[in-house]
Write a protein that binds this ligand. Structure first.
Ligand SMILES: *[C@@H]1O[C@H](CO)[C@@H](O)[C@H](O)[C@H]1NC(C)=O
Ligand SMILES: *[C@@H]1O[C@H](CO)[C@@H](O)[C@H](O)[C@H]1NC(C)=O
Length: 182
């Protein structure tokens, strides 16, 4: 017959070993996840539109490769361009089906400003940012905020969610640039 004390001692030791292994593994996982999660979280915490910032960046796989606020901002500028291009193609597709002249006018305006936002960031904002000229990069990001505002000021009801996202995320990019400047 086994000695009951010995048996429980073994059980106790086994449970300690398992516990140590399990806890250590959890800590290791938490640390590797935390680096990227906290970069996005900490960066977005300083923006005006926290919810948009988090949802856009957490949904984009590129943001996981960002190592610091600077690389996250650079990725975010690409995302702004893509949002503008996406909005432009939504309006371009919708335009084909519209007959109301006033609505056509508004759709054309939104196509024009989406195009302008993409042009500003791609042609000026990103090169300025890469040269460390944050003041000018900031102006291009502001242009995209204004573009989204101009589109929604037409009173258009189409693609409101995408317009708001472009507006809010461009403003968040301005906040990132300001954090880098300071
Ligand atoms: C255009 O309108 C037709 C008929 O109303 C509709 O079936 C079609 O899905 C519309 N296409 C687009 C791109 O909105
Ligand atoms: C960016 O532009 C905003 C106004 O849109 C301004 O308040 C801010 O100081 C500017 N930041 C930089 C770094 O130029």
């Amino acid at each position: 017959m086994t000695n009951p004390t010995c048996f429980y001692l073994h059980l106790l030791m086994l449970s300690i070993v398992l516990h140590v292994l399990f806890v250590n593994q959890n800590i290791a996982t938490a640390i590797s996840n935390n680096d990227e999660v906290s970069l996005i979280r900490n960066s977005c915490d300083g923006t005006h539109y926290l919810g948009t910032c988090l949802s856009v960046l957490e949904a984009d796989s590129r943001s996981k490769s960002a190592t610091d606020l600077k690389s996250l901002t650079r990725i975010s500028m690409d995302i702004v361009c893509e949002e503008a291009i996406g909005l432009k193609s939504l309006f371009t597709a919708a335009e084909k089906n519209i007959t109301d002249p006033n609505l056509i006018k508004n759709v054309k305006k939104c196509i024009e400003v989406s195009d302008y936002c993409n042009y500003r960031i791609k042609t000026f904002g990103i090169p300025d940012f890469e040269e460390g000229n944050y003041r000018f990069a900031n102006i291009s990001a502001k242009d995209c905020v204004d573009c989204a505002t101009d589109c929604s000021f037409t009173g258009i009801k189409l693609f409101n969610k995408e317009i708001v996202t472009l507006h809010d995320f461009s403003a968040d990019v301005q906040d990132f640039i300001n954090m880098l400047q300071n």
